[in-house]
Each structure stands twice: as C-alpha cells, then as structure tokens.
Design a protein around this ligand. Structure first.
Ligand SMILES: Nc1ncnc2c1ncn2[C@@H]1O[C@H](COP(=O)(O)OP(=O)(O)OP(=O)(O)O)[C@@H](O)[C@H]1O
Ligand SMILES: [Mg+2]
Length: 322
C-alpha cells in the first residue's frame, strides 16, 4: 500500500552544510498493519514522517527518492491532487498534536471543516459521524460541544486521533502521539488505537522512542539510527532475535519488571553528526562488534527471513553460506 524507495531528506541551510536527517531509506507498509518506528532522539523519525506526508518545503529542503501510496507517487502529484489525498488516504497526528486544535473553535467545528472540504455530507450526517468517532476513541460524544481548553491532554489526543480517522484514511502516521501523557493514559490510548486499527483495517506508522511500548502493539518494528533503518522485522521476531548491535543495545535499556535483579545498561557514546558525511556504518564508533569494514563500507540491508538488518556481521555470514 505504501512503498518508500531510497528516500533521502536534507535540511539545507545558508549558514553551513545541510543536515541529512533521512538517508536512503526504503521500506513497504502493507494494508492493515501496525508498524512501529523507533530510535533515539534526533535520528530522523519525525523528518521521515513529514517526508512521507510531503509536508517539507521543497524550496528549503532537498528530497530525493519516491513515496508511492496506493500506486500514486506523492512527489509527482499536483498540489490539488495532494490536498485531496490528505485526510482521505493519509493523515498525520503530530508530536504536539493535541495542541494542534484551533483554540477558538469547538471540537465539532474542527471535524466539520475537514468533512466539508473533502466530502458532500449533510450537517446531520457529519454530526452522526463525529459522534460515532468520538465513541470509537472512548470519548463521550458531548465532547464535540467543548472547546479544546476544556479537555485534558489525554482527551485532546484521543480527539486528535478521531479527527485523523474522519475520512477513513488507509494510513495514519502518528508521531509520538502519547509522549506528553502519563504512562497509564499512554497505554490506554495505544490499546484503543491498536483495537481500532484491527477493527477498521487501516495501517499505522507509530513513531516512538519507547521500544517497549512499540514491541507490545506493533506487528512490525523498524529501528532507525542516524537517518537509516538498521533493522526491520516482525515484532515477535525482533524480541526473539534482535540482530543489529544497536537494537540489542536498545533492548538492554529496558527492565523486565518481573525479574528479581535487573541490570540496565545505557549505550556509550553518542550518535553521529547528521550534518556531516558518514563513513561506513553509522553505529560503528559505538559498536562492540565493529571490525575494519564497518568503519569504511556502508552496510547494505541483508534479508533475514521475514526481516532485514543492515549490518556487516550478517553479510559475512551470508557470504560464508553461499
Ligand atoms: N527544520 C529543520 N532544519 C534543520 N535541521 C532539522 C530540522 N528539523 C530537524 N532537524 C535535524 O534533523 C535531525 C533529525 O530530527 P528529527 O526531528 O527528525 O528527529 P526525531 O528522531 O524525530 O527526534 P525526537 O525523538 O527528538 O523527536 C536532527 O539532527 C535535527 O536537528
Ligand atoms: Mg520527532
């Protein structure tokens, strides 16, 4: 349903070299799939989300590669065709999405603005639809009469998810939709989202730095490091056999609450500067398994059963087998 090929995004700057936040990323998202995208702060997750939605200004940023949604290359569409496609095929819930509501409009008017723009529904049909959606995200339909400031953060974020679903898009990209909320509310929102995703059959790209949360709800997980997808696997496979040294290190950052003794380890060092060219594997300077090739040759993704990993350790294994 979504095919991304060799996507590369550079934020250009008059003051110096640009920042290449997404580096030749390729992946597919099939229908009816919950995909998690994880990685530490600054690795390019939000940039990838914006680039998939064609929200980055082409005059100020360099964007290469293709993003094909339902057979249409987003970067070849006219502005008008893109406007039609937004909300109806693809919608986005942003990092601070709950603050994206217009403070002076009632919730129902914000829903109706989108519906009026993209459909021929009557007012009664629109109100029915809003009520149905608010119930679907476990809000009382009376919330439609409220102004955004009258809702809690969690309620606003539920309303933002309902709004993203208003025209039944095929793909919903959610960028850290629950990061600002407490863990109990966070979990109940992701549980609700996952149930809705299965029930309605759309696909989700759920961006988060919380690998634990993502592993629990996603069908598939993509791990991003320094603008690249270093591992892409079904979630259960990733739990059993994480292969990239970065993914393994990330997993060690989580504690099992049931364990008697817990040893947590951080990841020494820091990610590379995305404003500079990267020689070889971007994780090599922090990787305990790195060897000479890792510092000079960029690792291409290697197929690993139902998944892929971009790491020279597995390329060597493949070569030995063939
Ligand atoms: N508008 C911009 N102009 C220049 N550089 C930018 C811009 N937005 C982001 N960047 C840079 O691009 C890189 C990736 O940023 P991005 O926001 O995509 O990361 P992220 O993975 O979403 O991080 P976080 O988890 O903190 O949200 C960072 O180095 C950031 O400084
Ligand atoms: Mg971000």
């Amino acid at each position: 349903m979504l095919e991304v090929k060799d996507l590369r995004v550079t934020y250009t700057s008059k003051r110096g070299p640009g920042v290449t936040a997404v580096r030749d990323v390729s992946f597919d998202i099939p229908d009816n799939t919950f995909v998690g995208l994880v990685g530490e702060s600054g690795c390019g997750k939000s940039t990838l989300g914006f680039a998939l939605s064609r929200l980055l200004d082409p005059a100020r940023n360099e964007i290469h590669g293709s993003v094909v949604l339902d057979g249409q290359d987003l970067y070849k569409l006219s502005d008008e065709a893109l406007r039609k496609l937004r909300w109806s095929k693809l919608s986005l819930v942003l990092q601070g999405g709950m603050n994206a509501f217009n403070p002076v409009l009632k919730i129902k008017n914000q829903f109706m603005d989108v519906m009026r723009e993209h459909s021929d529904m009557t007012k009664a049909q629109m109100l029915d639809r809003i009520s149905e959606l608010l119930k679907a995200v476990n809000l009382n339909p009376s919330v439609m009469e409220a102004y955004p400031h009258e809702l809690s953060g969690g309620m606003k974020q539920r309303a933002a998810i309902a709004l993203a679903l208003v025209l039944q898009p095929r793909l919903v990209i959610l960028d850290e939709p629950t990061t600002a909320l407490d863990v109990v509310v966070q979990r109940s929102i992701v549980t609700m989202l996952s149930a809705l995703q299965r029930q309605l059959g759309f696909s989700v790209l759920f961006v988060s730095h919380d690998l634990g949360l993502v592993l629990e709800f996603a069908d598939r997980v993509m791990v991003m490091y320094a603008g690249q997808i270093v591992e892409d696997k079904p979630a259960d496979m990733l739990i059993e056999t994480a292969e990239h040294p970065y993914t393994k290190a990330l997993l060690k950052c989580y504690a099992d609450p049931g364990a008697e003794t817990v040893t947590l380890s951080g990841i020494p060092g820091s990610p590379p500067d995305l404003g500079a060219a990267i020689q070889g594997c971007p994780f090599a300077p922090r990787c305990a398994n790195a060897f000479a090739d890792c510092r000079s040759i960029p690792p291409a993704p290697v197929d690993r059963g139902a998944g892929r990993v971009a790491c020279h350790l597995y390329r060597a294994e493949e070569v030995a087998r063939s």
